[in-house]
Write a protein that binds this ligand. Structure first.
Ligand code: NDP
Length: 570
């Protein structure tokens, strides 16, 4: 670990500045998630329309029974299905809102879309698919194609139903099946239902006064309108473009818009931290030498790397909690100041450079990695409108207004993100005794491993709260998919029909989640964002499991090893 080279006062001053900047943000908007809406009705309905679906054909409602039904067709469904197929399960249906599998990578096709996690770790089932990604970091189209290839290899298209949204999922005690209704009039039944609807899938918009009065064109980043912009953004050459938001989506889009638009206005509320993106084409010699099982081995190594050596652990154990926290925070600040220096080196206009500096601890917000984002602000047609934590609060027929200045734009792009980790998006889940899942959660989320919840037999949740958080989400999803496949296999092999966690198992997990949350005031100290519920207070159990990924993984195994104790099996 590095030695502290600066006086503590230096770090304390920066921490004070972090607080000031956070308060700027907290003072300016309706609190918490209230500032956003994802209910796209009335004048907002067009923001939900799928631009990729084309004409949706009429079809007869489906009334049949399958063994396993996935709500959502992204990575969660695909990687779990692969494991289910390996265990001999034939009747698998994906019900998906989009017109194909892919989830995130189906919807997000904006210019510049790519993944910030190293491709060899991020793309699931590389061994099984005998595929090596073409670059160190994959672009969106490659990942989307990989999703489609998985669906083909595991015959998931056979029973899949697209352009269809599940609206009701109700446990029927008489036939001990889930009854699933959709917006297309389907009444399907399934023995097992897996909520694979993604962690960030329902787009949200900032509630801005006058937004529906805007007379120009507008859309959300996850519904990119290529019919308007042109496939290569060639139609934007004579257009003034505005983009609201500077999160991970905008960071990838802005460089593309900067190259194509006549003028570009970037409306910023809080800057992202932007580090180097160390990309390169995959070395074909390296790819040729990979042995079967290489991705699993690689993942093991990545996990082992985060384990502390005995020396590191010993040193930490010898420190007081205060010293430990101080050292951690100071290292974090050193990193963020390097991010600041990088901005000064790249961005020519000092005022713009100042405005692009993020004043918060690393990982308070989702970090970004891009080599072209910062240089884009040196282009003469690109203008940063820094709203100093206030955000855009008014839009007129001509465009956004900030501090009484109207920014007239032809097109306005909302890069305002997604609803976070909701289990029943679009969908009403009703378990035993007619209890709605959201009612069950009134006093706090209650699950085992974030996957099972008592009273909802044979229902599995992927990517929800009370599960571990991983920057490489597919790693976490793969452990969940493996766990779910093992559970379903156990039920089938042992002549049972259903499994439902016991209340004791659920209480154990809720307490385990609580025990690992809220040890520091970090959540409150961070500038608001979706990582900390937009700065709102929340119950300690209503978040991710913070006990670490390895421990989460061990708990999954432990739950399965004592499956007969942890579940009511019928
Ligand atoms: P985010 O939620 O990260 O960002 C939303 C942005 O909108 C923030 O900058 C927010 O500001 C801003 N905003 C909201 N309301 C206003 C307003 N009224 N005026 C001005 N700005 C406003 O959404 P993204 O779509 O960018 O990213 C979502 C997540 O998706 C990422 O965090 C990441 O997990 C994933 N993703 C991953 C990618 C990758 O791998 N590279 C690429 C894209 C997305 P403020 O910060 O102040 O709240």
């Amino acid at each position: 670990m590095s030695k502290q080279r600066r006086p503590q006062a230096y770090y304390d001053d920066i921490k004070t500045r972090f607080k000031v900047e956070r308060d700027l943000r907290l003072d300016e908007r309706p609190p918490g998630t209230e500032q956003y809406t994802s209910e796209f009705t009335g004048g907002l309905a067009r923001y939900a329309v799928d631009p990729h679906a084309g004409e949706i054909e009429n079809r007869d409602p489906i009334e049949d029974t399958v063994e396993v039904l996935f709500i959502g067709g992204g990575f969660s469904a695909l990687l779990t299905s692969a494991r289910l197929r390996e265990k001999g399960i034939e009747s698998i249906r994906i019900v998906e809102k989009g017109a194909d599998v892919g989830g995130t990578w189906y919807w997000n096709r904006y210019p510049g879309v790519a993944c910030d996690v190293v491709s060899y770790d991020y793309l699931p089932l590389l061994d099984e698919m005998d595929y090596v990604p073409v670059n160190h970091y994959s672009r969106g189209p490659e990942i989307y194609s990989h999703c489609q290839a998985i669906a083909r290899k595991y015959n998931l298209y056979d029973l899949a139903v697209f352009n269809t949204t599940v609206i009701n999922t109700v446990w029927d005690e008489d036939d001990a099946l889930w009854h699933v209704e959709t917006d297309r009039g389907d009444r399907m039944k399934a023995q097992f239902v897996i909520c694979a609807n993604g962690t960030l899938s329902k787009p949200k918009l900032s509630k801005i006064e006058g937004m529906t009065s805007f007379k120009g064109h507008s859309f959300h980043t996850s519904r990119w309108d290529y019919a308007y912009t042109g496939e290569k953004l060639e139609n934007l050459q004579d257009k003034v473009v505005g983009i609201i938001g500077t999160g991970a989506s905008a960071v990838q889009i802005v460089p593309e818009l900067g190259k194509s638009a006549k003028e570009l206005y970037v409306f910023q509320r809080t800057p992202s931290s932007i580090d180097v993106r160390d990309d390169w084409p995959t070395d074909p010699n390296w790819a040729r030498r990979l042995r079967p099982g290489w991705q699993a081995t690689r993942r093991e190594k990545v996990l082992a790397a985060v384990e502390r050596s005995p020396e590191q652990q010993g040193r930490l154990d010898a420190m007081s909690p205060e010293d430990k926290l101080r050292e951690q925070e100071n290292q974090n600040i050193d990193y963020m100041m390097r991010i600041h220096r990088r901005i000064d080196e790249i961005v020519k206009d000092p005022e713009t450079a100042q405005a692009l500096k993020p004043w918060y601890m690393f990982m308070c917000k989702r970090p970004c990695f891009h080599n072209e984002y910062l240089p884009t602000f040196n282009l003469p047609n690109v203008h940063l409108v820094d709203t100093h934590g206030k955000g855009i609060t008014q839009i007129t027929e001509q465009g956004p207004v900030f501090e009484d200045k109207l920014y007239e734009v032809d097109v306005l792009i909302y890069a305002t993100g997604f609803e976070v980790q909701q289990t029943g998006i679009y969908n009403n889940i009703v378990g035993r005794g007619g209890l709605n899942l959201s009612d069950k959660y009134t006093d706090g989320i209650r699950t085992v491993l974030g996957i099972h919840t008592a009273g909802y037999p044979n229902l599995f949740i992927m990517g929800g709260y009370q599960a571990s958080f991983q920057f490489n989400l597919t790693d976490m999803l793969q452990t969940q998919g493996d766990h779910i496949a093992e559970c379903i296999d156990y039920v089938r092999r042992n002549g049972y029909h259903s499994l439902d966690p016991t209340d004791e198992a659920e209480e154990w997990w809720v307490q385990e989640v609580i025990a690992h949350r809220g040890k520091t005031s970090r959540n409150q100290d961070c500038t608001p964002g979706y990582y900390n519920f937009e700065g709102a207070q929340n119950r300690r159990q209503d978040g991710n499991y913070n006990g670490g990924f390895r421990r989460y993984f061990r708990h999954q195994r432990g739950v399965r090893e004592r499956i007969a104790d942890n579940f009511v099996l019928r």
